[in-house]
Design a protein around this ligand. Structure first.
Ligand SMILES: Nc1ncnc2c1ncn2[C@@H]1O[C@H](COP(=O)(O)OP(=O)(O)OP(=O)(O)O)[C@@H](O)[C@H]1O
Length: 218
C-alpha cells in the first residue's frame, strides 16, 4: 500500500453505537474499516444506515459509544475536516447566489483554487449556467454544482451519497472519471444502491448484512 501512514485506513469504525433517538440505535456495536485507496461501494436496504454512516464520518453526528476515525483523526475533531469531503444527497445551496459565486465561495472555504472549480463545473456541463442563480438551476444542474462544491481541493477520503442520481450522460461520465482519479490517491466511499456502468468499483460493502463482513474485492 502506498501513501502516508494516515492514509492506510480511510475510515475506521470501532464498536460504534449511534443513532438519532435515545433507545433506537441505527448502529449497535458496529465495526468496519475501509482502505485508504480505491472506490468502495456501500450498499444496503433503505433505512440500513448508509446516510447515517456519512453523517458520522462528517463528524456532524456523534457516536454514543465507540469511535469513528477518518484519515487517522477522530471524525468529530476539526483536524479531520481538511482530509475528508462529504457530499450529501440534498444540495444545500443559496437560492439567490449564482453557480459561479457558489464555487468561488466554496473554494475559499476549502482553501482551493476557484479557477479549478469553475473549470471542473464546465467539464460537468455547467458552462452555460455559471451566471444562473441556484433557484433557476434544474435538479441535475443543482446536483452537479453541489458535487463540485463538495469535492474541492485535495483530500484523503470522499464520501459520496448517491452522487450519480439525476446526472445526465456527461455528468455521469465526468464523475466516473473523477472518481477513478481520486481513487488513485484517496479513498472514495460510494453510497449507492447501484453503481452505474461507467463507474469503477474496487470493493463493495453491504451495510446491515447479518455478519457485517469487511469490504471485499468485487
Ligand atoms: N434525522 C433523523 N432523525 C431520526 N431518525 C433518522 C434521521 N435520519 C435517519 N433516521 C433513521 O435512521 C435509520 C437509517 O437511515 P438512513 O437514512 O441512514 O438509511 P439509508 O440506508 O441511507 O436509507 P436509504 O437507502 O433510504 O437512503 C432509519 O431508520 C431512519 O429512519
Amino acid at each position: 500500500m502506498r501513501g502516508t501512514p494516515h492514509s492506510l485506513t480511510a475510515v475506521d469504525i470501532v464498536d460504534l453505537t449511534a443513532g438519532y433517538e435515545r433507545g433506537k440505535p441505527v448502529f449497535l456495536g458496529f465495526s468496519v474499516s475501509f482502505p485508504g485507496r480505491g472506490t468502495t461501494q456501500v450498499r444496503g436496504r433503505n433505512g440500513s444506515g448508509k446516510s447515517t454512516l456519512a453523517e458520522l464520518c462528517s463528524g456532524y453526528l456523534k457516536p454514543w459509544s465507540g469511535t469513528v476515525t477518518v484519515a487517522g483523526r477522530d471524525a468529530g475533531h476539526p483536524s479531520a475536516r481538511a482530509h475528508r469531503r462529504v457530499c450529501r444527497t440534498e444540495p444545500a445551496l443559496y437560492p439567490n447566489l449564482t453557480a459561479r459565486d457558489h464555487l468561488s465561495f466554496a473554494s475559499r472555504s476549502a482553501g482551493a483554487d476557484p479557477a479549478a472549480a469553475h473549470e471542473r463545473a464546465r467539464e460537468y456541463g455547467l458552462g452555460d449556467w455559471m451566471s444562473a442563480e441556484a433557484k433557476a438551476l434544474s435538479t441535475g444542474n443543482r446536483r452537479k454544482l453541489w458535487l463540485v462544491m463538495c469535492t474541492l481541493g485535495a483530500f484523503d477520503v470522499a464520501i459520496l451519497d448517491e452522487p450519480f442520481n439525476g446526472l445526465d450522460d456527461q455528468g455521469r461520465d465526468r464523475l466516473a472519471d473523477e472518481m477513478r482519479e481520486w481513487s488513485e490517491r484517496a479513498a472514495v466511499l460510494l453510497i449507492a444502491h447501484a453503481a452505474p456502468a461507467e463507474a469503477t468499483v474496487d470493493a463493495a460493502f453491504d451495510l446491515g448484512a447479518p455478519d457485517q463482513p469487511k469490504p471485499e474485492e468485487s
